[in-house]
Design a protein around this ligand. Structure first.
Ligand code: MOS
Length: 766
């Protein structure tokens, strides 16, 4: 905070809220259990549903015996492809049409005898209790005819197909002759890095409560995109979009796993239609693994060539990832490599193999999280080959403009992030020789890596209204998954209007509200903030024009640019001449004043969204917009057992303006925690013969627990991005980028062993 800001705060009755570590407004509701999640709505006459999952990977159903399930007391209905009401098939995915991205898979569940992936739902049991539904689902006997399937990712490499460009990423890019420059480079690294499939493990499993009233559908579901969910359900059940209401007040974590619409949501609505009662279905943890996509596995080649002085001459990044035969888009594995280093020769290529599996989906920094593992490991390997400090090597190759097309960076303060981080972490005390920092039985290692994640913005319709007493209500159908979105928007509104933080209420999580952005691409906060800036500006203009109607108003004759919004009203400069909002409204005889941005229409406008995206993408043709950071990791490796413990972490981030110092730090820290899981323990084990996930539970798929997570220090630089609303660029995903490499580089420093295959389990060090 600057000194003038600090001085102002002492003068103002309403303090500046942006930047403060404000507690989340939903904190008390969550800690007391009052916050309603999707299965907390106590509807009358509720029934419960459970799924039976296919045990083959590809083929069709020959026979299905539901008699035992139907006879189980309490079972109300057993729904299979033999008796399910017809649903419309999902739309084909099209990367240029955002709304078509909604289906997690293209399978018309229970409307087909075909099986497309191991775990596909083949029966749905509805019952009076959760137990009866689950037992019923277990009693269903299915006979299949299996057909050949593609399930072995490693064996499929020769069949990888080069990827086309999409809205989010280039499938390939080229500059100069990277192979020739690599061959001619006096110092080079050319290595293959592999990362496994990962599954989504939000604490709240996918869960839905659905109720039909005639052909009106109400769905309570923890989702990341209310609009996509509503449109998808309307399309599948062939009802008007306005007839589907999605309520998503709280979401117990999502990380990308609740962006698309998966089987559980669609089939809960189907079950409710069949029994004509409200139905609730909470997927088991296994159910989430079977029916919700995860992160693609990858095989990545990164090759770097450099002069003896450390200047890069060549960068090659080629990745092979997987997509599903029934859905799943390519992930931007190589995108960070295109922006990261000044290099005259570059070759980028993404390829994909098509697999018979539940399709992959977005997961926190999809592509970037694992792509930076390969790139930033290779940079560390090059530093070793050059005998150069890895931070010095990165600083030497910092680009002044985008290395591929010469686009300007909207802002980029990576040098400062490393400088601040090196000082705080004590990097100068590090001795470069591997194994040289032993502490008793532990080999101590310290590694760094760069973090990088692009900034996104989406269309956000917002209304802001003020009551006669000066209370403000912000309405926008955005999503609260634990990040503190409503708190941040209340802080922003408080500052824009100069009203107390407590006078602002933010309403979100309901399709009855003006259409909000999806919670994805780290873009939700910036998207809503952009519309709030406009809406609050219009509201102040409206209030000023009401005031100016009266000769008595001290605001008369002043344009808005002369005025400050503070202390619950408008004031001339920093003088006491001014009027409170309630005084203005009382004299004008107004009970409420409201302004809106975008369409008020609850059905939403595809045209508005498309127009917004075109404008945003056009803007991205001129600017590279991203959050970045420097990750510092210290590990301790047991010299005898090779047990790896992370002992210290510091992340220094350039995320533009920080709206809430507490929740932003939590987001970044959460990204690092998830990155620690990626680095050391998380992997989906897929049987290469059957394509079945072999570890569909938290007792066999290891996410970090508290004992695995050290103290994580997070700092940020707070330089506003001049091209983004309020200068903010989003904090949701950048925290996980670079984490895998920071750990791998620290482990190399500790042990002298370079592990290029995630997760780095101790057997790889022995
Ligand atoms: Mo995300 S992977 O943008 O939730």
């Amino acid at each position: 905070m600057t000194q003038t800001q600090a001085q102002k705060m002492t003068e103002r009755v309403t303090p500046i809220m942006i930047g403060r570590p404000v507690d989340r407004v939903d904190g008390p509701a969550k800690t007391t259990g009052a916050a309603p999640f999707s299965t907390d709505y106590p509807l009358v006459n509720m029934a419960y549903a459970a799924l039976t999952y296919a045990t083959i990977t590809r083929g069709h159903i020959l026979a299905i015996d539901t008699s035992a399930a139907a006879a189980r007391p309490g079972v109300l209905a057993v729904i299979t492809h033999l008796n399910a009401p017809a649903m419309k098939p999902p739309p084909r995915q099209n990367m240029m049409n955002l709304a078509s991205l909604a289906p997690g898979t293209s399978v018309n569940y229970l409307n087909t005898d075909e099986v497309h992936f191991n775990g596909q739902p083949v029966a749905l049991v509805v019952a009076e209790s959760i137990e009866a539904a689950a037992e019923g689902a277990a009693l269903i006997d299915v006979r299949y005819q299996a057909s050949p399937a593609t399930v072995d990712f490693a064996a499929e490499q020769p069949n990888a197909v080069p990827q086309k460009n999409t809205m989010a990423q280039a499938g390939s890019a080229k500059k100069g002759d990277a192979e020739a420059a690599l061959a001619a480079a006096p110092v080079s690294v050319d290595a293959t890095y592999t990362t496994p499939q990962h599954q989504h493990n939000a604490i709240e499993p996918h869960a839905t409560t659905a109720q039909w009233d005639g052909d009106q559908l109400t769905v309570y579901d923890g989702v990341q995109n209310i609009d996509w969910t509503r449109k998808h359900l309307a399309q599948r059940f062939d009802v008007p979009v306005g007839g589907v209401r999605v309520i998503s007040r709280f979401v117990g974590g999502a990380f990308g796993g609740k962006t698309m619409v998966w089987a559980g949501t669609v089939l809960t609505a189907l079950a409710a239609w069949v029994v004509q009662r409200p139905v609730r279905m909470t997927l088991t943890r296994e159910g989430v693994y079977r029916t919700v996509g995860g992160r693609t596995p990858t095989i990545q080649r990164v090759a770097l060539g450099a002069g003896c002085d450390g200047h890069l001459t060549s960068l090659i990044h080629a990745s092979i990832a997987q997509v599903g035969r029934v859905g799943g888009g390519p992930e931007q594995v190589t995108s960070v490599s295109q922006d990261m280093y000044a290099v005259p020769n570059m070759a980028i290529q993404q390829s994909n193999v098509t697999m018979d599996a539940v399709p992959n989906t977005v997961m926190r920094a999809p592509g970037e999280a694992i792509g930076t593992f390969a790139l930033e490991s290779a940079v560390d390997e090059l530093a070793v080959a050059l005998g150069m400090d890895p931070i010095e090597l990165r600083m030497l190759n910092e680009p002044l403009a985008g290395p591929l097309q010469g686009k300007a960076f909207a802002h980029r303060h990576l040098r400062e992030a490393y400088a601040v981080g090196a000082e705080d972490f004590g990097w100068r005390h590090r001795t470069p020789q591997p194994g040289s920092m032993r502490d008793g039985r532990h080999l101590v290692g310290q590694g760094v890596a760069s973090a990088w994640h692009p900034s996104w913005q989406f269309q956000a319709n917002v209304t802001v209204s003020m009551s006669a007493s000066g209370e403000v209500l912000v309405r926008c159908g955005f999503h609260e998954m634990g990040m503190g979105g409503a708190t941040a928007q209340a802080q922003i509104t408080s500052d824009l209007l100069g009203v107390p933080f407590d006078a602002v209420t933010v309403s979100y999580g309901d399709s009855e509200l003006p259409l909000g952005p999806g919670a994805g691409g780290s873009g939700q906060t910036a998207s809503v903030a952009a519309s709030l800036l406009t809406a609050c500006g219009k509201l102040k203009e409206r209030l000023l024009s009401l005031a100016k109607d009266s000769k008595a108003s001290p605001l008369r004759g002043h344009p808005l640019s002369d005025l400050e919004a503070r202390d619950g009203g408008l004031f001339v400069g920093d003088s006491t001449a001014g009027e409170s909002y309630p005084a203005i409204m009382r004299r004008a005889g107004r009970q409420t004043v409201q302004e809106a941005v975008g369409s008020e229409s609850r059905v939403g406008s595809l045209l508005l969204q498309a127009r917004f995206m075109t404008k945003f993408l056009n803007d991205k043709r001129h600017w590279i917009k991203a959050a970045c950071g420097a990750q510092f990791c210290e590990v301790r490796v047991d010299a005898d057992t090779a047990e790896i413990r992370i002992s210290r972490w510091l992340g220094v981030f350039d995320v533009g303006t920080v709206i809430n110092a507490k929740t932003a730090a939590s987001q970044l820290r959460g990204g690092i925690v998830m990155g620690i899981g990626m680095a050391l323990s998380e992997q989906t084990l897929v049987d290469p013969h059957t394509g079945r996930i072999a570890n569909p539970s938290l007792s066999e798929y290891y996410i970090p627990v508290h004992a695995d997570v050290p103290r994580i220090d997070v700092r940020y630089l707070n330089h506003p991005d001049p091209t983004m609303p309020l200068g903010l660029v989003g904090v949701g995903e950048v925290g996980i980028t670079g984490t895998g490499a920071a750990v791998a580089n620290a482990i190399y420093h500790a042990t002298g062993k370079r592990v290029r295959d995630l997760p780095i389990t101790l057997d790889k060090l022995l």
